[in-house]
Design a protein around this ligand. Sequence first.
Ligand code: ZN
Length: 387
Amino acid sequence: MTERTFRPAAPDLPPITTVADTTALAQAADATRVAGIGPQSRPARAERATVPAPAPGSDPAVPGRGPDDTAGSEPGPKPVPGPEPVPEPEPVPVPEPAGVTVAEESVVLYEVDGAIARVTMNRPEFRNAQNSKMTYALDDAFYRAASDPAVKVIILAGAGRHFSAGHDIGTPGRDVDRSFDRRAGLWWDHVGESGAENRFAREQEVYLGMCRRWRELPKPTIAQVHGACIAGGLMLAWVCDLIVASDDAFFADPVVRMGIPGVEYFAHPWVMGPRAAKEFLFLGERVDAQRALALGMVNRVVPRAELAAEVTSIAERIATMPRLGLALTKKAVNQSEDLMGLQTGMDSVFGLHHLAHAHNAEVGADSLAGQDARSMRDARRASESTP
Ligand code: ZN
């Protein structure tokens, strides 16, 4: 079992803006009414900029097309298929649509309404693909909510049509080669390192470490999930205490197709049971909200139009409970889950995850087994059309 405590976040956080209408945020992501959070990464040091460049001809990702069904995290950009039909990769990058720059500057939105803090991933043009800038902005937001004595419950939502398409492995804002001050642990900067060392140091910090840190946030958290919740998106939902999904939500972890045994935060057997986890991973298929409910992976499913209101209602009722009682109750359940092997199981599987990355890199072109957007999409469609 690993105890993790919150460390001070960056001292130059933007001021909190409190607004009254939390429902509108999830629908409109109006950045003018909320505080945008986005840490500035430090430029990669020139002398350390030795991370392999993207392979020639690799897809730089097209604005408006998120890297869905991703394995997350690898140095080689490998966009993979989306939650809906994805256009063929463009031979020439399309100019960024209007608004991209603004959204990129506020990749996470934060607002407080009474006792509820709402944290909203705000890269809707990329289906909230999670780059490191977003990761550290999420951490800023969670730290702020944890520190604010007025906040009792925290909601995590996604702006736009989807909760999260997974880790950013191909958008213009991809920042795998940028240095950020580490917070989840003391592993050194991955930038400039090579091979498995690069991958392990980075994923230990920004994926496994950060997710564990957020899971330990001593206030109740609720994931408000709509649309796609794919691969890395699962990790964000799973670290929350409750998951409320809309009826159009779907979940998938398709990375076995890359030879990888699931995403980095390997909670699968604990959030849905071992047998269902095997099916979920072996098939890599989308599981709809009702199936996720039946598996026990989500708490409730409501119509899309009612999602934000339902989550807010639950949060308001939780917020009537005493703060310490909630914190101790959360810790009680988390400790019990850890005693069922969550932490140690996850550590052991993290090794298998990196064995898979290393094997792929050793025998093939890259650590994702040469899979890219088109191959993953085509494979999924072929699989789904198989009688
Ligand atoms: Zn990985």
